[in-house]
Design a protein around this ligand. Structure first.
Ligand code: ZN
Length: 362
């Protein structure tokens, strides 16, 4: 109310958008899960567009190799080893102070998703693994929340707007001219995650910044349509492209007849306990270790004191980082206040768990 809309002039001019659309954006909440290449571009676009509240969720911290494509970060964030969600929040506050940004430095999982995503009108996918995507898909279908699925690896990308089947969503799709009121969910498309090693990762083949940006901007555009209440404009097709091969396709997709998630409403990832506590991180020689959720906050300064005898330790308000050598192998341990840690120097969960147990303790 009383918000100065002049900064949105070029957006207000768009056909069918106007002040009404702008005010809807201002009253909306968008959750961006993952603040990497996709998430930073999505958050940048939505903040500039004037989406009133952004919830940014990311478990990781900024590194030099992120700067090639993760548009909200700079070299100072790398030097200070800031958590990505915090660095993004600080940057977005300088871009649009009218937007409220909630930064959550945590790993989204089945134990916290209901709390962290409550109140989000739309979920935008910036994650790097299928487990979290299936969890998001379960949550979206269960609660009837729109979910923008997207992924980019190498020079290719894929994205789909998922509108789950609630009475409201069905009503919105009634107005579609394509005659298809149903959008498939992620498990209609991919019933199971590909086995480890079966698909290329950012680690193996790299990622082209414009490919990630295209996916991110598709997700952002579809979210803006939804938040401005223009559901009839939402893309009914799966976007698939490869910038090196100069191919761009919009594929017709349909709901799977027996889909466990959106037909049978069995939410394996949300309710069924699928998923684990130690996960190898995409694109990194690193494993994340998760601790019990009810544990008290770690005293980072005390922990840094204990680790100082083993190697070089840096600590700030959010995390500590220790570089040490164990049995001739160099590790970098990043420990967050909630007890979660990223162990760099191995991709084996068992090795990471033992390093955690040895130097952090349970
Ligand atoms: Zn489905």
């Amino acid at each position: 109310m009383g918000q100065d809309l002049s900064r949105y002039h070029r957006q207000l001019l768009l056909a069918g958008f106007g002040e009404a659309g702008q005010r809807r954006l201002a009253g909306s909440t968008a959750a961006v899960i993952g603040c990497g290449a996709l998430g930073t571009t999505i958050a940048d676009t939505l903040a500039r567009a004037g989406v009133g509240h952004l919830v940014l969720i990311d478990r990781d911290f900024v590194e030099l190799t992120n700067l090639q494509r993760q548009v909200l970060y700079d070299e100072r964030d790398v030097r200070e080893a800031l958590p990505k969600a915090e660095a993004a929040r600080a940057r977005l506050a300088r871009i649009n102070s009218q937007v409220e940004v909630t930064a959550i430095v945590d790993d989204l999982d089945a134990t916290n998703i209901e709390r962290l995503l409550a109140g989000a009108d739309v979920l935008l996918d910036g994650v790097d693994n299928f487990e979290t995507r299936y969890l998001l898909n379960d949550y979206a279908v269960k609660h009837g929340r729109p979910y923008l699925y997207g992924g980019a690896v190498g020079t290719a990308g894929i994205a789909l707007a998922i509108l789950p089947h609630t009475p409201q969503c069905d009503a919105a799709w009634e107005t579609l001219s394509v005659g298809n009121r149903a959008t498939p969910c992620l498990r209609c498309l991919f019933e199971e995650a590909p086995p480890p090693g079966a698909v290329p990762t950012c680690d193996a083949v790299g990622v082209l910044a414009p490919a990630a940006a295209m996916v991110a901007n598709f997700e952002a555009a579809e979210a803006l349509k939804m938040l401005a209440d223009r559901f009839e404009l939402v893309s009914p097709t799966l976007l698939s492209f490869d910038l090196w091969a100069n191919s761009l396709r919009q594929l017709e997709v349909t709901r799977a007849g027996g889909c466990l998630c959106c037909r049978q409403r069995v939410f394996e990832y949300l309710d069924g306990g699928r998923g684990s506590g130690a996960t190898a991180l995409c694109g990194r020689d690193a494993v994340q270790i998760r601790q019990q959720r009810d544990a008290e906050d770690v005293d980072l300064v005390a922990a840094a004191g204990r680790l100082a005898t083993h190697g070089e330790v840096k600590v700030n308000a959010h995390m500590l980082r220790a570089t040490l050598v164990d049995r001739d192998q160099a590790y970098e341990i990043t420990l967050f206040r909630d007890g979660r840690a990223i162990i760099k120097g191995t991709h084996e969960p068992g090795v990471a768990r033992s390093v955690y147990a040895k130097y952090i303790g349970t």
